[in-house]
Write a protein that binds this ligand. Structure first.
Ligand code: 5GP
Ligand code: MN
Length: 324
């Protein structure tokens, strides 16, 4: 997909709204805020707003994060809507705003959104992060330390600090250019990625303790139910990272982490190491994501969900074995 001329696309807009997916993660927040800070500078005459669910406190170091509107109310006609890091169905409360906008721009890296859902699209699957794509589109004369920091946070989060297979030489070159702006990157990594609250560690501990291996140790699953979430007064962001810890258990190809969102309703996170395409598994159940990291929502008991998912994983494992 060809690069888009972002400023050209926005130059006549008076009212611009930027948004990303529900339960926003580091890449979603980083790319939205980098886009916001950039457009504020490049298009000073326009009214620009980020509409997003409340970001986790750890992202407090991003400039103007407190300007995010989580009420999703926009006055007047929206001339340009920029949907970042997702397709329109994952915009949540912003989906209506997207539908009403004069022009829709979609920038994303999810393979499950290959064609893009906007009038103007820049979707490159396989790229580390939407933040990397935003970096590509920014006119460098507007770049500054705060924009660089937001992009860096996005890249760091979606690459698991430059260690997932979506990290390319170009990703690292961009990261090198970003840290030249002088922000305190080791502290950012510690505070937004590694540091966990006591509650988060307790939940991680429980999830590991109660995890179940199956398919001869090639798969692992763990679940946290509503009762436990309520007991710890936990937010969903407190569960971030659990599935990654399950994935790196020796011998595991595919890790599944799920938490109960309602009666017989689960949010499922999938990760793989080498050959299972979890974006296909998630897409089969109405979700999506990337080849090595994907997710979906499912209904049924824990056993229903795990039976259904493992069926799809097993099909891929069989295919892989046959090819071998
Ligand atoms: P996570 O497991 O961390 O929630 O998500 C992993 C990846 O899959 C992320 O890139 C996320 O955007 C995507 N993803 C998670 N859940 C869904 C879903 O329900 N639908 C779609 N399309 N993508 C999802
Ligand atoms: Mn992303």
């Amino acid at each position: 997909m060809e690069k888009i001329q972002l400023l050209e696309e926005c130059k006549e807009a008076e009212n611009i709204v930027i948004s990303g997916h529900i339960r926003p993660d580091g890449d979603c927040i980083g790319s939205c805020m980098a886009m916001y800070l950039y457009l504020q500078k490049a298009l000073p005459q326009a009214k620009i707003k980020v509409c997003l669910e409340q970001p986790a406190d750890i992202f407090g170091c991003i400039k103007d994060i407190d300007k995010i509107d989580s009420t999703f109310t926009v006055e007047g006609e929206i001339d340009v809507f920029i949907a970042l890091d997702c397709e329109k169905s994952r915009l949540g409360s912003a989906e209506e705003l997207f539908a009403s906008a004069g022009k829709r721009i979609n920038i994303d890296h999810h393979v499950s959104n290959e064609r893009g859902c906007g009038d103007v699209n820049y979707v490159i699957p396989g790229i580390s992060s939407t933040s990397e794509l935003v970096y590509d589109l920014i006119e460098k004369r507007y770049m500054d330390e705060e924009i660089a920091k937001a992009i860096y946070i996005g890249i760091v989060h979606d690459t698991g600090i430059f260690k997932y297979s979506n990290t390319s030489p170009k990703t690292l070159r961009i990261a090198a250019e970003l840290i030249e702006y002088g922000f305190d990157f080791p502290t950012i990594i510690d505070e937004t990625f590694y540091e966990k609250t006591y509650t988060q560690n307790q939940l991680l501990g429980r999830a590991l303790l109660e995890s179940i291996m199956f398919m001869n140790g090639k798969c692992i699953v763990s679940v946290i139910n509503k009762k436990t979430l309520d007991f710890y007064n936990a937010k969903t962001e407190d569960l971030e990272g659990i599935v990654n810890q399950l994935r790196i258990i020796k011998g595991v190809e595919c890790a599944i982490f799920m938490y109960e969102t309602g009666n017989l309703e689960y949010k499922v996170s999938l990760r793989s190491c080498k050959y299972v395409d979890v974006s296909k598994v998630a897409a089969y159940f109405g979700g999506g994501g990337h080849v090595r990291a994907a997710g979906c929502s499912m209904n049924g008991t824990f056993y229903d969900v795990i039976n259904n998912i493992s069926g799809q994983i097993e099909l891929q494992m069989k295919e892989y074995k046959e090819k071998d």
